[in-house]
Design a protein around this ligand. Structure first.
Ligand code: GDP
Ligand code: MN
Length: 377
């Protein structure tokens, strides 16, 4: 889950990272009032969940409250990479001497967290990464002990910092690492981390991505969610209590059990098809859940055929078949459907499906081949 700059800023402040005073506005006159309160030149910044706002005209300096109002008027409603700006952050403007980069990411290859720094921060960091990767320095944190002081100092030295800046950088990088860990983030980035003209470090732009799979540990983060940033079907899935992940294939998968759902996707791939989603509807297959899952799958226009892969363990297959038939009565589905049904009472279950005109099999391979064929038609 991506969060907005003004939200990420609140988080890193709790880790004693200096940030400019700021507040959020959704109409221009509010922006003016914030600028009046701050009693200083301000920067007005679009709050959208994409990078490159500066280059798109979404970051504007304003010397007076009137200018701040005008800047907010220009930025609010603007489209940046297809997203309409609905909020701006008005922050005390920082006098910039140098722009640095500081980022914390999961480094899968190293199986730990990497802290990265560059003396060439700012809007062209991607270009630096491409053309002069040696200008980006990296330290790997210890999985249990975290980022050591000496590592932070080495980063600072490699970035050309010394004296007070080196000490402050050490605190800021360790603070950002701590924020990353405690929030279960997958990315925490300050770009630019600014050296001000009076020799202080200030986090001028903060970005954080939180790990969706850890959100259950942070009930308070739910309030940070921007509904416009979430896939509609994934939101529905989450609210229904399904594990649902949208993919870009053509075969909608509805499976009971996460392991079986993974295997189903693998088998579809193996025979040349492509799954449109991962969906675990959980144990059993009561008609309400099947119906809800159908609604989810049908909402994806990429789905050309549906595969139900059900293993009837505790739930009897005839009950499952009745559930599927009832669900289809409730949610008419014009797409071809293939059911693979095995387990207790499977013969009875399949007979019921056949009466209702639904193709079924007990073989996962056959089911995959059948559904791939139907998705092609
Ligand atoms: P991004 O383009 O989405 O990454 O937005 P940033 O907040 O990083 O702003 C882009 C650029 O605008 C920065 O790299 C700075 O050069 C400039 N900028 C942002 N805030 C300030 C500020 O307070 N003062 C000055 N002088 N420049 C700023
Ligand atoms: Mn930035």
């Amino acid at each position: 889950m991506r969060i907005h700059e003004y939200q990420a800023r609140e988080i890193i402040r709790r880790y004693n990272i200096p940030t400019p005073s700021a507040d959020v506005a959704s109409i221009p006159s509010e922006a003016r009032k914030i600028a009046e309160r701050l009693r200083a030149p301000v920067v007005v910044k679009a709050q959208v969940l994409v990078g490159g706002r500066g280059k798109a005209g979404g970051v504007k300096l304003a010397q007076t409250p009137r200018e701040a109002e005008a800047a907010a008027g220009a930025i609010l409603g603007m489209e940046i990479k297809g997203i309409t700006v609905e909020k701006v952050m008005v922050a005390e403007a920082t006098k910039i001497a140098r722009e640095l980069y500081l980022g914390v990411v999961v480094d899968r290859r190293a199986r730990t967290v990497a802290v990265m720094g560059s003396p060439e921060g700012g809007v062209d960091i991607e270009e630096v990464a491409r053309s002069s990767p040696e200008r980006i320095v990296k330290a790997h944190a210890h999985p249990m002990l975290g980022l050591f002081d000496y590592q932070a100092r080495e980063l600072a030295l490699a970035m050309g910092l010394d004296g007070r800046l080196l000490r402050d950088f050490t605190l800021i990088s360790r603070g950002l690492y701590q924020a990353f860990i405690e929030c279960d983030a997958s990315l925490a980035e300050i770009n630019p981390l600014v050296v001000t003209d009076d020799g202080k470090l200030v986090a001028v732009d903060t970005k954080m991505v939180l790990d969706d799979n850890a959100l259950f540990r942070h009930k308070d983060f739910e309030a940070l969610r921007d509904p416009s940033d979430e896939d509609e079907a994934e939101r529905m899935g989450r609210e229904l209590g399904f594990s649902y992940v949208r993919l870009d294939g053509s075969i909608g998968c509805m499976v009971n059990g996460a392991g079986l759902a993974m295997a189903t996707m693998d088998v579809i791939e193996l025979y040349g098809g492509s799954p449109a989603n991962f969906l675990d509807i959980g144990g059993g297959a009561r008609s309400e859940r099947v119906a809800a899952a159908f609604r989810l799958l049908i909402a994806d226009p990429g789905v050309k055929a549906v595969l139900l892969n059900i293993f009837g363990g505790i739930t009897r297959c005839d009950e499952v078949a009745k559930g599927i038939i009832a669900a289809l009565r409730e949610v008419p589905c014009a797409l071809p459907i293939v059911v693979r049904l095995v387990g207790t009472n499977e013969a009875e279950g399949r007979a019921l499906l056949a009466q209702a005109g639904l193709a079924s099999t007990t073989s996962m391979v056959d089911a995959a081949k059948m559904v791939i064929e139907k998705a092609r038609d």
